[in-house]
Design a protein around this ligand. Structure first.
Ligand code: CP
Length: 296
């Protein structure tokens, strides 16, 4: 692969995405590959599936993962993120997987010589490996994404998953729709091409072949964007009745807030790809790490 880092999905060409998908499939079918060296998982925000699946991927590839959580690095003492990267690189680490509460853009000045950077979520900006999970999981369940109608429901405004997944789905020819409270829909959706905006989730669900629910990112709320979680669930959530009307599958990158985003009784129903997304996580991350490091 040309690129040595994965900060945004825009770092990847269509050919590189297809190459990553072939690696993902090979790893899922049991292909073995070895890499050496040490990797840092620097997570300044909480995580279950991203952190664990990166750790599984690194160990399976033969690399040595080290974990630093919130409050455990010298960032707390005022060291900048840029100097932290330089320090980690000087210690001989080969990979830095990072999750941070801020947007890393522009990011060119953060890319240093000897270390590969992989974004595991930066503020409201990007979560590229989640985007690849969503893309490859959808490709496993639909014969083609060309003109597939994909509806994102929820907090679009703060969603780094939306910004990554929507970009990837668009690249493969899908039609995009969004639905949520008007306060949580970005005023400018033009970077994603032609996007249908639905005020009414029932109309959106009738339109869509695949529905992707997104969590309310309350940790990023600067004001009260919704009246209450109860009214939000009734107006937009995946209730049992809406679940029955789904034409295809639904996905959710997790973590799910049950009875806010999705009814707990349908969360793992037969139209749910939620656990499939989780299961694909380590293979996607293995493909990304291997793809980025193999030639560098
Ligand atoms: N999808 C996702 O990023 O989940 P975690 O916060 O659990 O890693």
């Amino acid at each position: 692969m040309q690129t040595k880092h994965l900060i945004t999905v825009k770092d990847l060409s269509v050919e590189e995405i297809k190459y990553l998908q072939s690696l993902f499939k090979d790893f899922k079918e049991g292909k073995k590959a070895r890499l050496d060296g040490r990797a840092i998982l620097l997570f300044l925000e909480s995580s279950t599936r991203t952190r664990l699946s990166f750790e599984i991927a690194l160990r399976d590839l033969g690399m040595e993962p080290y974990y630093i959580g919130k409050g455990e690095s010298s960032i707390e003492k005022g060291e900048t993120f840029k100097d932290t990267i330089k320090t980690i690189s000087a210690l001989g680490f080969r990979v830095l997987v990072f999750r941070v509460p801020f947007v890393l853009y522009p990011y060119e000045s953060y890319l240093v010589e000897d270390i590969t950077l992989i974004n595991a979520g930066d503020g409201t900006h990007q979560h590229p490996t989640q985007g690849l999970i969503d893309l490859f999981t959808a490709m496993e369940h639909y014969p083609s994404l060309e003109n597939l109608k994909i509806l994102f429901v929820g907090d679009i405004l703060h969603s780094r998953v939306f910004r990554s997944s929507a970009e990837l789905f668009r690249l493969f020819g899908a039609q995009l729709g969004v639905c949520g409270p008007a306060t949580l829909i970005p005023s400018d959706l033009s970077p994603f091409g032609e996007v249908m905006v639905f005020d009414n989730v029932d109309e959106g669900i009738e339109w869509a072949d695949l529905v992707i629910y997104l969590r309310l990112q309350e940790e990023r709320f600067k004001e009260n964007y919704i009246n209450s979680k109860e009214s939000y669930f009734l107006q937009f959530g995946l209730t049992k009745e809406r679940y029955r009307k789904l034409k295809g599958y639904f996905m959710h990158p997790g973590p799910v807030n049950v009875y806010v985003d999705v009814d707990g009784e349908v969360l793992y129903g037969e139209k749910s790809l939620v656990l499939q997304q989780v299961r694909n996580g380590p293979y996607v991350r293995k493909a990304v790490i291997y793809g980025l490091l193999d030639k560098h």
